[in-house]
Design a protein around this ligand. Structure first.
Ligand code: K7E
Ligand code: CUA
Length: 654
């Protein structure tokens, strides 16, 4: 009896606890992500769709990953700058040219900043652009296929970091050099950096119809480091803003020597003025070697074209093209609010955030109130362009995004937090911890006139104890906060691919309605495509053999090939005859020094096989495509190099 009474009391007490937790807003808030409604807010029921796409940079993986928000579910890793065996990117003959550069085939890069194309200052969901830092490149991903369809190399650049950000109508995607270098490149002493090394800012035009990129012009700049950039919008459309550090022009022990100046600059670039100068013939063509790689969706094949010159404008010689806004101290992020009036500079070594006013900047330029110049470029007075300061908001400010409701959100790397503050009054209104050491943050549509102010995603550099340990290398991670209310609420942690830097987000319905389901077979113009099994064949040309092969559930045609010899170069050109959604087939060959192919319906891809041993060698389908997937296979008979066995191929012959 006593026992029962005890139990009843215990249950009653438990009940009280539970009801407290459920009814009291306060307690729920304190619970943060442990509160039951945080789980509800990120729960996307089986079979239902997420509200947003998030395109998260892969950092040193070189790729771009696609997540759903709010669930944090990973949908796809889009190969961009790095070879990817899963999708044969950079392994098949068709996509190898995408990774060609002036330095030859470069199968890796460091991808930092994705940005979605815009129309009238609003994200339109047509393309995502992303930069490669290491061997300077910008890639374009087509959001109908979620494939990389164009990569352009950036000459006169090194560590292409202030990239890739688009203007209001995607007139340009920009790229600024992080490292200044000799321009043109030449053999010279590193000690002579100061005054001799130069920076360059590149403007790549984007064709409004087909998205074709073209390096329109570059602006030659002083030898600073150009770190980040964002476009003007609204009233400031026509301008682009770049943060700089190392205005000291140091070339050694940078952590000390590039941190001497109390203020560096945000460079305000008037690109409409640049267009006027070009029209007036003020640009100069200079030699420059760079690759322009384009994937053709009809031929399913990429081509790489080497370009040999670029149009250069010299900021030192062309008045009104660039102005310098003093900004404390070694700024990293350079962010423009949705109205285009405020330019936020986050000094890594400053406790304060500096916000410049575009209106004040124009007035100061008009009044010619300059405070000296750097290599002929006017420096404006700090006080004249200052809109406000967010005082002592945290430690190590990096990046800022906006919710479109008058609030800004800044990440602080050292104090590991996101801080919410008000535009105009510059007061801090909320802060939430990050786990840990946050870099960028992203509000879907954040880099536009109309952000979707529901969520902010923080991308963290260090996770330590947040997940199950995986040896010395542990995952980086993203954290999702609900920002629809006055206070931010942490909803979710999820691991990421590589090291995410920036991300770009967009409402899913804008993108998904354009998503391609198949490639139409009748539109396939691949020179080695075959569209019926009757047309399949094997053709020898010296020691090069072309196999024209098809695949359909659940066989290859042909499936048996004889007459191949050791020392042959055998190209398998394989067409997927399927015309149904979500029926790719794969193919792999024993001993091939390359990856499998993963071929979408209606598509043709090619891999090279160089048989080195006599025998009968199998190939098979790598993608589980049907109940008889495991039967989807074939053999190649390889004879000695001296063999006279004629080529033959078959399907269904015993
Ligand atoms: Cu990581 Cu934008 Cu490359 Cu800052 S950058 S974190
Ligand atoms: Cu085709 Cu498995």
């Amino acid at each position: 009896m006593k026992k029962i009474i005890h139990l009843i009391t215990a249950f009653a007490f438990l009940g009280m606890l539970i009801s407290c937790g459920n009814n009291s807003q306060n307690i729920k808030k304190k619970q943060g992500a442990l509160g039951s409604n945080a789980a509800e807010k990120v729960y996307v029921a089986p079979g239902e769709y997420d509200e947003y796409y998030a395109f998260i940079s892969g950092g040193f993986s070189g790729q771009l990953s696609v997540y759903g928000l709010p669930s944090g579910r990973l949908f796809k890793v889009i190969p961009v700058f790095s070879q990817d065996a899963e999708k044969a990117w950079g392994y098949n003959e068709e996509t190898k040219p995408m990774l060609n550069t002036s330095h030859g085939f470069v199968p890796w890069d460091d991808a930092h900043h994705p940005d979605i194309s815009q129309t009238n200052g609003v994200v339109d969901g047509r393309w995502v652009f992303i930069n490669g830092n290491n061997t300077p490149r910008i890639a374009k991903i087509d959001l109908t296929t979620f494939e990389t369809t164009e990569i352009i190399e950036i000459p006169n650049s090194a560590g292409n970091h202030s990239s890739s950000f688009v203007t209001e109508n995607t007139e340009y995607v920009v790229a600024g050099t992080r490292f200044s270098v000799p321009i043109p490149q030449r053999d010279m002493p590193i000690k002579e950096y100061k005054g001799n090394f130069k920076g360059s800012l590149s403007f790549i035009s984007v064709d409004p119809e087909d998205g074709g990129m073209d390096l329109k012009f570059q602006i030659m700049m002083p030898g600073f480091d150009y770190d980040l950039a964002h476009p003007g919008r609204g009233a400031s459309h026509g301008w682009f803003f770049f943060s700089t550090y190392n205005t000291e022009e140091a070339s050694t022990l940078m952590e000390v020597n590039a941190s001497q100046n109390d203020k560096d600059f945000i460079a305000a670039v008037n690109w409409k003025k640049a267009e006027e100068y070009i029209k007036a013939g003020k640009g100069k063509m200079m030699p420059a070697k760079y690759a322009h790689n384009v994937y053709n969706e009809k031929t399913h094949t990429a081509t790489s074209t080497m370009k040999d010159e670029v149009l250069m404008l010299d900021a030192s010689e062309l008045p009104g093209l660039v102005y310098l806004l003093p900004t404390p101290k070694s700024p990293h992020g350079c962010d423009v609010d949705p109205s285009g009036e405020y330019i936020v500079g986050n000094g890594k070594l400053s406790a304060n955030l500096t916000i410049h006013s575009f209106t004040k900047m124009l007035a100061a330029i008009e009044a010619k109130k300059f405070d000296g110049e750097a290599y002929g470029i006017p420096i404006l007075k700090f006080e004249d362009v200052l809109a406000g300061v967010v005082d002592q908001a945290g430690l190590g400010p990096l990046h800022t995004e906006f919710d479109g409701k008058g609030n800004a959100y800044t990440t602080f790397f050292i104090s590991s937090e996101v801080v919410k503050w008000k535009l105009g009054t510059w007061e801090v209104v909320d802060r939430q911890p990050c786990y840990y050491s946050v870099g960028h943050l992203m509000i879907p549509g954040g880099n536009s006139r109309e952000p979707f102010g529901d969520y902010v995603l923080a991308m963290n550099k260090i996770t330590k104890d947040r997940y199950l340990p995986t040896g010395p290398e542990v995952t980086q991670s993203a954290q999702l906060y609900d920002i629809s209310g006055d206070k931010m609420e942490l909803l979710l942690d999820f691991p990421t691919i590589g090291e995410p830097h920036y991300a770009a987000g967009i409402r899913a319905d804008i993108v998904m309605k354009n998503s391609k389901k198949i490639y139409k077979l009748e539109e396939n113009e691949h020179p080695f495509a075959v569209k019926t099994e009757a047309d399949t064949k094997v053709v020898r040309d010296g020691n090069v053999v072309h196999v024209y092969m098809t695949m359909i559930r659940s066989h290859f045609a042909p499936d048996n090939i004889e007459g191949i010899k050791v020392g042959d170069k055998v190209y398998f050109h394989v067409t997927n005859l399927e015309q149904d959604y979500d029926v790719p087939h794969g193919i792999s060959m024993i001993g091939a020094n390359t990856s499998e192919l993963l071929i979408m319906p209606g598509q043709t891809e090619t891999f090279l096989w160089e048989p080195k041993q006599v025998g009968v060698w199998p190939f098979y389908c790598t993608d589980f495509c049907s109940a008889l997937h495991q039967e989807m296979q074939g053999y190649v008979r390889v004879s000695p190099a001296s063999s006279t066995l004629p080529l033959s191929w078959s399907l269904g012959e015993d």
